[in-house]
Write a protein that binds this ligand. Structure first.
Ligand code: UDP
Length: 331
């Protein structure tokens, strides 16, 4: 049966890639993209904005009403909208927690009202914090090191509660470091790829945090979107799944692939030295596996480097200033 899907955060990094992929899928008959366009951008939607099956709605989740017309007859919600930078979440904990939790709550309430029975949630590997065993399994101890991690985990818990109470099916995808074009860099301290791409464009050195030997489980965005797509179509329900490559790479290796100079900036205290997803569960449950290697992903990104032209370049001092509170609170 064809599916009608509503995506929150639909103009953002993952949401817009997902819209591109679902738009081409004949088994998807309707796509509603909701975004408040603070981080999301219209240019991300250039491939889908003219599609007959796509509707783009500028709305903040905090101000949606449950009887909004766009909720009608949806089969499934993919909930990606969130404030998503770790460092600013320390400066503005109330804003992050309120926004991410209340946005989820409003959405769940609207789902109930409109009898929408399935939600796929972009949870975060940050819930495993610093003390985790690697490769990290889904039943690892939770260790919430900053308000962003907290806001995502309580949103996941809320979804689980709602699912139990109102018989809504959920799949919570705990994403590791998703990368690809359109990832943001406009905030005080963006995700590493956005920052490095902009630095490359401007011929500036890469700001390597710490000694650069820390490793991250980077996953290319199309693989992340395929995990969401499989979640939409599966009949399995109520799953928490890690979504990563299972192959961590160091920041120094990344700078080697990108080529160019680097400078070293202070280590961020709340950060793990390695993230490494155990992805056996998602492979088994959804028959999913990552297809794009790290090296391929980086070369895809370099082909599209112009995307970062209009974004802000944060200099070393601004990054230092933005990280100051980390040292204050997260010793
Ligand atoms: N990082 C870096 N330079 C930067 C930004 C980030 O070396 O300008 C490193 C950071 O220390 C971390 C990795 O890149 O090890 C990924 O950081 P990001 O903020 O993208 O995601 P995180 O893993 O912290 O959630």
């Amino acid at each position: 049966m064809k599916k009608r899907v509503l995506i929150t955060g639909g103009a953002g990094f993952i949401g817009s890639h997902l819209a591109d992929i679902l738009n081409k899928d004949k088994k998807i008959s309707k796509i509603v993209l909701i975004d408040n366009f603070t981080d999301g951008e219209l240019r991300n939607l250039k491939l889908v904005k003219k599609s007959k099956k796509v509707s783009i709605i500028k709305k903040d989740l905090l101000s949606i009403k449950k009887n909004e017309i766009f909720f009608k007859k949806m089969d499934c919600v993919v909930h990606l909208a969130a404030l998503s930078d770790l460092v600013p979440s320390i400066d503005k904990p109330v804003k992050f927690i309120e926004n991410n939790f209340n946005g989820t709550l409003k959405l769940l309430d609207a789902m109930n009202f409109n009898n929408i029975k399935k939600i796929i949630f972009a949870a975060s590997s940050t819930c495993y914090g610093k003390k985790n065993n690697t490769p990290t399994k889904e039943d690892e101890i939770i260790d919430l090191c900053h308000p962003y991690a907290f806001s995502k985990k309580i949103s996941e818990d809320l979804i689980l509660h709602w699912a139990k109470l109102f018989r809504i099916n959920f799949i919570s995808l705990r994403f590791f470091n998703v990368f690809g074009t359109r990832s943001r860099t406009n905030n005080d301290y963006g995700a590493v790829f956005g920052v490095f791409m902009k630095q490359k464009l401007m011929n500036k050195p890469y700001t390597v945090v710490g000694n650069g030997k820390q490793k991250r489980d980077f996953l290319y965005v199309s693989d992340a979107c395929n995990a969401i797509k499989k979640s939409i179509f599966t009949s399995k329900k109520n799953l928490i799944l890690n979504v990563g490559s299972g192959k961590p790479k160091s920041i120094l290796y990344l700078t080697k692939l990108l080529k160019g100079k680097k400078i070293f900036i202070p280590k961020r205290p709340g950060e793990p030295t390695i993230t490494h997803a155990d992805i056996r569960k998602i492979k088994k449950e959804l028959n999913w596996k990552p297809k794009v290697s790290f090296e391929e992903g980086v070369s895809l990104l370099l082909k599209d480097i112009d995307y970062w032209k209009n974004t802000i370049l944060w200099d070393k001092n601004k990054i230092k200033k933005a990280t100051k509170n980390w040292f204050k609170y997260l010793k």
